[in-house]
Design a protein around this ligand. Structure first.
Ligand SMILES: Cc1cc2nc3c(=O)[nH]c(=O)nc-3n(C[C@H](O)[C@H](O)[C@H](O)COP(=O)(O)OP(=O)(O)OC[C@H]3O[C@@H](n4cnc5c(N)ncnc54)[C@H](O)[C@@H]3O)c2cc1C
Length: 433
């Protein structure tokens, strides 16, 4: 099979690149080995949340020049602030087309509430987590009710409430907790304690149980202006479910990202995949690229685990296989490597420097910034050090940034996926060299 572009990896970076390439009329195939980090993330897009010393960043774009001055190899330094801005706008437009509204707070970060009742800085959130309405309501109303469905084990309103009461952002708030009963349509034969967030979310993919839940909200949170619920309101039909619930209950319904599987992340995954398909992209699911054929500084083709030896060839490739979490990087006792194409990774020895002494060290762990090193246009080098001109790297497989410490995970993935696609679009207009 021959394509203009083959994207390896179906997380947020690969899908962003794939949507842009397919949307530009390039025949694009995406090979995805399985679930991505989106299924575990909050679904919010962090762009730049903290300085290296842990100080919070309010305005990522204002902070960026100083931040990058000390980090010339950072992926944001490669793509530039202009491309980052364009990438975020592209992302918002694309997911909107798929029915998901993502909102920002102008040029500033906003916070979202975590399942443990902490607040975390982020830049773009789904509208159930942040919007002008959410912001205005949080500024003017101070009565919050945190509710859970009886028996659901992965969310604890009392714990969230204890932590929120200690948070200065919630000083003077009245925070109550309560329990809802699952609508009768809960999967037959299952005890509520066995249900995961995805089981409950599916109940709301049809709107049929909304009336029942709205009536319970009115009764159990009668005095609250804002009702925080674990993010359960459907995977695919959320906008309908949330609107209807707000209309019927008269409350602002605020969605709290839960423990994995993350419904907010799954909605995003769903929306991006549907955009890729709508642009005519070919999604090869459940297969993994196992190697590739290189010649003269170009990647000619790749093969996959289930492809029976057949080669998938293309003019351009994007490697977006993620970090250790998704198998895009692998480690042995004394070595970190890129397992698919054997690309050059940043020097990682000695091993004693890989980790911080404490698991939850505020400075985070150095290994999180290991990855494939690239030139300014995100082209990696092969094992012999030769630049691979038609291959672009995007997302967590890249070296030079620490998504956890900086709070930049999805921002870097979107920006580099978008940038890689832009390079391919420009080069595809030129004859092969
Ligand atoms: C638990 C967790 C929580 C997070 N929370 C947040 C958050 O709240 N906000 C935020 O901004 N960021 C968050 N991040 C970071 C952010 O989610 C990641 O940085 C970002 O999703 C990385 O996207 P990616 O597309 O580069 O990689 P991934 O999402 O890891 O996707 C890589 C994909 O490549 C596939 N793959 C791997 N190898 C192959 C192969 N050989 N062939 C084919 N396919 C392959 C994998 O199956 C996977 O689908 C979180 C990360 C984790 C792990």
């Amino acid at each position: 099979m021959n394509y203009d572009v083959i994207v390896i990896g179906g997380g947020i970076a690969g899908l962003t690149a794939g949507i842009r390439c397919a949307g530009a009329g390039l025949s694009t195939a995406l090979v995805s080995g399985g679930m991505s980090a989106l299924h575990f993330s909050s679904g919010c897009v962090d762009v730049l949340g903290a300085q290296a010393d842990g100080r919070l960043i309010r305005s990522p774009f204002e902070a960026l020049p100083d931040f990058l001055a000390k980090r010339p190899s950072h992926p944001y330094a490669r793509v530039g602030a202009e491309s980052l801005t364009a990438a975020l706008a592209f992302f918002k437009e694309e997911v909107e087309k798929a029915g998901l509204t993502y909102c920002d707070n102008g040029a500033q970060n906003h916070f979202h509430v975590t399942a443990l009742g902490r607040t975390k800085a982020t830049y773009l959130s789904p509208e159930g987590v942040f919007s002008d309405l959410v912001k205005k309501t949080f500024e003017t109303r101070k009565r919050l009710s945190i509710l859970n469905f009886a028996g659901f084990r992965d969310f604890h309103p009392a714990l969230a409430a204890v932590n929120l009461r200690k948070n200065s952002l919630f000083a003077g708030w009245r925070i109550r907790t309560g329990v809802l009963t699952l609508p009768p349509a809960a999967p037959a034969g299952k005890n509520p304690r066995e249900l995961r967030s995805i089981d409950i979310a599916r109940i709301f993919d049809t709107e049929s149980r909304i009336e029942d839940v709205a009536a319970q909200l009115k009764a159990r949170a009668a005095e609250a202006d804002i009702v925080a619920l674990p993010a359960f309101l459907g995977v695919s039909a959320r906008r309908g479910a949330e609107k209807r619930l707000a209309e019927l209950s008269g409350k602002l319904v605020y969605e709290v990202p839960t423990l994995p599987p993350s419904i907010l992340g799954m909605r995003l995954d769903d929306a991006l995949k549907s955009r890729f398909a709508a642009e005519g992209g070919v999604f090869i699911a459940g297969d993994r690229v196992t190697g590739g054929r290189m010649e003269g500084g170009r990647l000619l083709s790749v093969n996959t685990r289930h492809g029976g030896g057949a080669e998938l060839s293309a003019r351009f490739f994007v490697l977006a296989t993620g970090s250790f979490f998704s198998g895009g990087l692998s480690s042995r006792v004394d070595e970190v490597s890129e397992p698919v194409l054997g690309l050059a990774v940043d020097r990682t020895l000695p091993r004693s420097t890989w980790y911080a002494p404490r698991f939850l060290d505020p400075a985070s762990h150095p290994f999180l910034s290991f990855g494939v090193s690239t030139n300014e246009t995100l082209n990696p080098a092969d094992a012999s050090g030769r630049e691979v001109k038609n291959l672009f790297c995007a997302g967590a497989v890249l070296s030079g940034y620490n998504p956890v410490r900086e709070g930049s995970g999805s921002g870097v993935a979107i920006a580099t996926g978008y940038f890689a696609a832009g390079r391919i679009m420009a080069l595809s207009r030129q004859p092969l060299s």
